[in-house]
Design a protein around this ligand. Sequence first.
Ligand SMILES: [Mn+2]
Length: 275
Amino acid sequence: MKTHAVCLPFDSFGSAGASEGAQLLFDGLREIIADAEEETRPCRTDCYRQKVEMTELSFSTEASLSRWREIARKAIEPIWDKEDFLLWLAGNHLGVAPVYEALGPDDLVIQFDAHLDIYNLRVHATTPNHGNFILSLSPNRPEIINIGHRDLFLKPESVQGHFAATFSAQEIHSDRKGVLKQVEKLCKKKRRIVVDLDVDVFDPAYFPAVGYPLPFGLTAAQFLDCVSWLWSKRVCGFCISEFIPARDQRELSQGTLVWLLEWLLLKIHEKKQAE
Ligand SMILES: [Mn+2]
């Protein structure tokens, strides 16, 4: 089993500057892989040597930009056909829509996001963007669970039907284990699971490099605990989006994500080696 890292530096229709985030993470991953290849002493990173393939998608022409969703989806399907792991580094959250579209109703996306991306209020655009893209997905889409939102606008009846369940950051703060037990139940009958991290789920104190920071978010440690709890063989993909390096402070956010990438590679490959 290999990991295929795909960089989709797309940040049209929301969070301009997030494409640089996708590229910076991709460069960080390249360095991680190069270090693993060059290491001569026994090391945990041995488990992912020769196991990571990297692809950068580009939308430098008008024709390719107009077909971005289709191009992105076509990059995903062969990876899952081989039952490899998909690591999707996107610009804004809309750039993760093709991953949702490559999944079906038997699958589940567990998204960590400060926002419930179904905003259709007066001030919001009606065409697909990074804050409403869930509304633009086909009916054949996977079930979605949100963890970590801080929404103060949407009525429960507006949320129902779009999400299998939503768990606010406040619920994580007050009863993380209780939330995770409920999520575990929802995972049970699902064929494949994708973890989708919109980095604004983090509290801005831990992760300032986002376009739309909201307070009272998750700590990096809480996020890591949630992902560890949810991890299983059925997790076939991990997405990261909305990282805007220009807003970072002392490379705090960048450091968090690069460490997370190394942790993920071990999570994906170390167990496989031991089995
Ligand atoms: Mn968000």
